[in-house]
Design a protein around this ligand. Sequence first.
Ligand code: ARG
Length: 588
Amino acid sequence: MNATQEQLKLQFKQALVAAFGADFAEVDPILVTASNPRFGDYQANVALSLSKKLGKQPRAIASAIVENLDVSEICELPSIAGPGFINLQLKTAYLEAHIKAIQADSSLGIPAAKMPKREIVDFSSPNIAKEMHVGHLRSTIIGDSIARILEFQGHDVLRLNHVGDWGTQFGMLIAYLREVYPEALTTANALDIGDLVTFYRKAKLRFDADEAFQETARQEVVRLQAGAEDTLHAWKLLCEQSRQEFQKIYDLLDVKVTERGESFYNPLLPTIVEDLEKTGLLVESQGAKCVFLEGFTNREGEPLPLIVQKSDGGYNYATTDLAALRYRIQQDEAKRIIYVTDAGQANHFAQFIQVARKAGWVPDDVELVHVPFGLVLGEDGKKFKTRSGDTVRLQDLLDEAIARARADLEVRLKEEERKETEEFIQHVAEVVGISAVKYADLSQNRTSNYIFSYDKMLDLKGNTAPYMLYAYARIQGISRKGGIDFEELGNNAKVLLEHETELGLAKCLLQLGEVISTVEQDLLPNRLCDYLFQLSQKFNVFYDRNQGVPVLSAEEPLRTSRLVLCDLTARTLKLGLSLLGIQVLERM
Ligand code: ARG
């Protein structure tokens, strides 16, 4: 919510009390952005919602509210429309004052969270010895953006990388490497991740086919769990190897995340089982310790238990998640835990979260949210693959985006007969390429699948990163061309919103706070993308109306006023993009 909405809400509260009595003080005025700008800027739907309670026609209720409503500082005279909507149109003088106020504010008038709290974002979370795939890329990009937004609002955010660094796969891998490539278990960096992944695949094949090998692998797991020195050392080396590979991707993406892998919770697993036993939720089924919940069945309709301890004594992915959950609540004191994974894991989250609730481990003031996302598809609409049908390596994917951004740039430089340094070209290509990948992902409603297309994401027109970056660079170009230092525009700059395009742009500039707080709640970064896209479009309309609204050639005080709008647009874009993990370019 932004300051304007808050003020309006306050006025509605008073009007409701004046019209219907003190009982109505807490009634939500249902104030929303008007669906159609022709009807004004905001619309209050409260009259309709009170009709039943008051036993009156909504229009009569709306009139009673309007009679008692004092919004004359902010809005033109409110009007009642349709069945009883109250329409509000912001006054130009009010908008002018507001624009001036946020111009002087480094956080653009966006208030910090009223109640900052500890929030955990569990994201990225690839698996050791396996390749990081596009699913992890989505988790990394979306999780990072969510974390940035919460951090910006002043929450105390713990970014956790719940890497898969424990489990039976290590037994298999270590047993296999002991046979075929023992140096890998004693020498650092003896393998690169590609080899590691290949060895992992071969180990798995061997495991599935060879019973004696299965036994050896199990022995290794036992040794690992018992902390046998050589096995533990080998495990650490393998983890380190993967970690270095993952870090390359995080560096490219400029993402910070703290590793706290599954192994961290290992010592806590036996207690989880014991404590569940005490709650009476645990049932033994075919030697395994399980919790049965209503509503979880397999395709045949048979109950699908959550297995917390297998018949061989081993623990599961879910057991670790239960332990992590308790640790995060008790030790980290998290008030909201956000898990960013593919939608395919929705059941897993629903299930262990329900078990934790049943066990009484989730206090009322703790919120647990699974943030699911869809698949990345190739341009053929099928699973994203390379031409030869292999899974795409993230490093290759990002390199390709950068290479294509570079090729596009080189064509543009030729056309414009510009000469730039190699350093400039490479920097622009990297920023554009990486931003394009991030933005393409974030601008989709994350719950749907999306089609990965380099051509689309790098298009200079449309809802893409290059379009947004270009709008920003264009504004910086105005300042260069006019020899203007935006920071020097000063506090005594007069803001005059004369033209329709100026009003439209000003209103849009005042909405960022509202958008951010919506994303804080529903964790859908595409709302922020939509907003920034709209803003860039509004700016371009404002700026392109050259005859009506010239900027640099306008007379004072209009010139400065328009420059303030330019500067605010640039700062809003920069801030908004930074919350998506996207860096701006002064020139491109
Ligand atoms: N390692 C898992 C995977 O690759 C994701 C882990 C997500 N976080 C969690 N707490 N389960 O799918």
